[in-house]
Design a protein around this ligand. Structure first.
Ligand SMILES: [Zn+2]
Length: 600
């Protein structure tokens, strides 16, 4: 996760925005406007980052209020600047300035309508939606408030319970938090669409799709193309998982229909790693546990971070600044509440990079450190750009970089850095690959469908009276998942996923999932790796580091296909790298599924 970046167009202050008086705006006005926007964006972004950092590392009512205020200033300014940028639509300006003006317009996630009453109503509606999710609890017995369950409690049940009744109760229980959101969500759609139309977009969904250096329609086709590439592999994983779940749970899992949504180890069925023990290939135990090794050596959290830093140094990147070590948060403080969810920050939008994590001696945290540092090195690489270009090439790239590096945390890498004596032989790869497939392949259709639903909702193709039905149609179509019980329009199941009430676009996670394998394949090739792709690590490859740095230092100054080209030599996103990476698993699945039903 990445935090503390600028909003795409945060800016504020009473600006003498060009074009506001009688005379038509000129190229000189555009330049003045952009200079002011870049300066103010930085100033407000830094304030937002500082307030956000303090709030998350010292949670009190006061720090929350200060952070909320800094956010509001930045959001208001971003909205104002998006509107002001429109005034220069017909002015001839240099290419890089045109790109900055365009980014201002397409950078918003939410456009508030010009009417102050409607704008205020929208802001309040959003706040209500967010807090209904944040405060959402499942209360099995309303008379005993002590027994109410938070999302953390529900997550734990879904991850660990193998009792169908218990899982069903938790699944249905969590989905009781969202029906009250339905009216607010409907109103939010109407008002946010109005704001988007005032900026010249057909609706909010079209505004979201406009930021990918192609038309909204072209982008939708691009996603279909990528999904078609990986769908056959997903179908196999789905079919095999269904087979094993049927052995475990019996007829409740159909032989050739969709999998019930509550049996996959995750409340949204978006990550299936928790049910690994149910689907593990036999005799594929990798023979070592990184968590055990870290614990046995009692490796301090700081050493784990130093190990991550050494990875990037081995690629040729400069060491982390002194302030990184002084200002980051590495462990859970004993005396105060903090947000422990791992994140990477660039507080001053220059060199003040930090991570915030509550590091434990686990394999997961070891990998997460490599991931978070990826954000930091990316942030530092693009600081040479004008402020408005200091972000990833498209919003999938930032998450993809950290994950790309995490893919290089292979057994061979662990051997090289002295954590493992000997890498297990290739016959053990199936276990590692299955585990990764349950995370990365299982996620793909989910990563796609959240916005497929929202785009139809924003465009009006799906009416409020059909919200829930459309949601389940898409979950069936893409994921092959069905609800454990009938879900009519008295429910509002999309609202039980954080990113819907929070209004965070989701396609970026789908893109990141695809891109990280494409990056990994290209960099492994540059590094001269001749092993199977899942065994390649780019550790110690200066040429791979060079390519990574060229791409990262471009920020979003150029259309993303150019950035992709700099790293991979390809201008198109390509999901076939996923197929290459999982080839041994795919072959094994074919053998297991011979004569068995695939699809639903
Ligand atoms: Zn991340």
């Amino acid at each position: 996760m990445k935090q503390g970046l600028l909003l795409a167009a945060a800016c504020a202050g009473i600006l003498g925005c060009a074009g506001s008086s009688g005379a038509p705006p000129t190229a000189a006005d555009a330049k003045t406007f952009l200079d002011t926007v870049n300066d103010t964006t930085k100033r407000l972004g830094v304030e937002q980052n500082r307030a956000g950092w303090v709030q998350q590392t010292f949670i009190t009512d006061d720090t929350e209020a200060l952070s909320a205020r800094a956010n509001q200033l930045a959001i208001d300014a971003a909205a104002r600047f998006a509107k002001d940028a429109v005034k220069f639509d017909k002015v001839e300006v240099p290419t890089d300035q045109r790109r900055q003006l365009t980014l201002l317009k397409v950078g918003l996630v939410l456009a508030t309508p010009a009417d102050p009453k409607e704008s205020e109503e929208l802001t309040k509606t959003m706040a209500r939606l967010e807090s209904s999710y944040g405060k959402g609890k499942w209360c099995p017995d309303p008379n005993k408030p002590d027994t109410c369950k938070t999302i953390d409690d529900v997550t734990k049940v879904m991850a660990t319970s193998r009792n169908e009744k218990e899982l069903r109760a938790a699944w249905e229980g969590w989905h009781t938090i969202s029906p009250p959101m339905r009216n607010d969500y409907t109103r939010f759609v109407t008002l946010s669409n109005k704001g988007a139309r005032e900026l010249g977009f057909a609706d909010t969904g079209a505004m979201w799709r406009a930021k990918y250096d192609m038309t909204p329609d072209e982008f939708m086709k691009e996603l279909d193309r990528l999904w078609d590439q990986v769908r056959p592999l997903y179908l196999k994983l789905h079919a095999y998982t269904r087979l094993r779940l049927r052995e475990k749970y019996g007829d409740i899992v159909p032989a050739n229909g969709p999998i019930p949504a509550h049996l996959l180890g995750n409340i949204w069925a978006q990550d299936w790693t928790n049910i690994y023990p149910l689907v593990a290939p036999p005799h594929a135990d990798p023979g070592y546990s990184l968590t055990d090794i870290l614990k046995k050596r009692n490796m301090p959290p700081l050493d784990m971070v130093r190990t991550g830093e050494r990875f990037y140094s081995s690629l040729g990147f400069a060491v982390l600044p002194k302030t990184f070590w002084e200002r980051s948060l590495f462990t859970r403080p004993r005396d105060r509440d903090v947000v422990c969810h791992a994140s990477a920050w660039n507080i001053d939008v220059e060199e003040d990079i930090r991570i915030k994590m509550c590091i434990e001696q686990t394999a997961e945290d070891f990998t997460t450190i490599h991931h978070e540092l990826g954000h930091n090195y990316y942030q530092r690489a693009y600081r040479i750009q004008p402020v408005l270009f200091r972000d990833s090439a498209n919003d999938g790239f930032h998450e993809a970089i950290g994950d790309t590096i995490a893919l290089s945390v292979t057994p061979e890498y662990l051997v090289k850095i002295g954590l493992l004596d000997k890498a297990p032989d290739a016959s053990r790869d199936l276990g590692l690959l299955m585990n990764k497939a349950l995370e990365k392949i299982a996620f793909l259709p989910f990563g796609l469908l959240i916005d497929q639903w929202r785009w139809k909702v924003f465009s009006g193709e799906v009416k409020p009276a059909d919200y829930n039905q459309a949601w389940w149609q898409l979950r069936l179509k893409y994921q092959g998942i069905a609800p454990p019980s009938a879900r009519g329009e008295e429910f509002f199941d999309p609202g039980a996923k954080y990113h819907v009430p929070d209004n965070t676009p989701y396609t970026r996670y789908f893109l990141a999932d695809i891109l990280q394998f494409q990056f990994h394949r290209a960099l492994s090739k540059t590094a001269g790796c001749t092993l199977p792709l899942n065994r390649c690590s780019i550790y110690e490859s200066k040429p791979a580091g060079q390519k990574l740095n060229t791409m990262m230092s471009m920020g979003q100054s150029r259309p993303w296909p150019d950035a992709l080209d700099a790293l991979t030599g390809e201008k198109q996103m390509d999901a076939t790298a996923i197929l290459d990476y999982f080839a041994p698993l795919s072959k094994w699945l074919d053998e297991q599924l011979a004569g068995k039903p695939v699809g639903w």
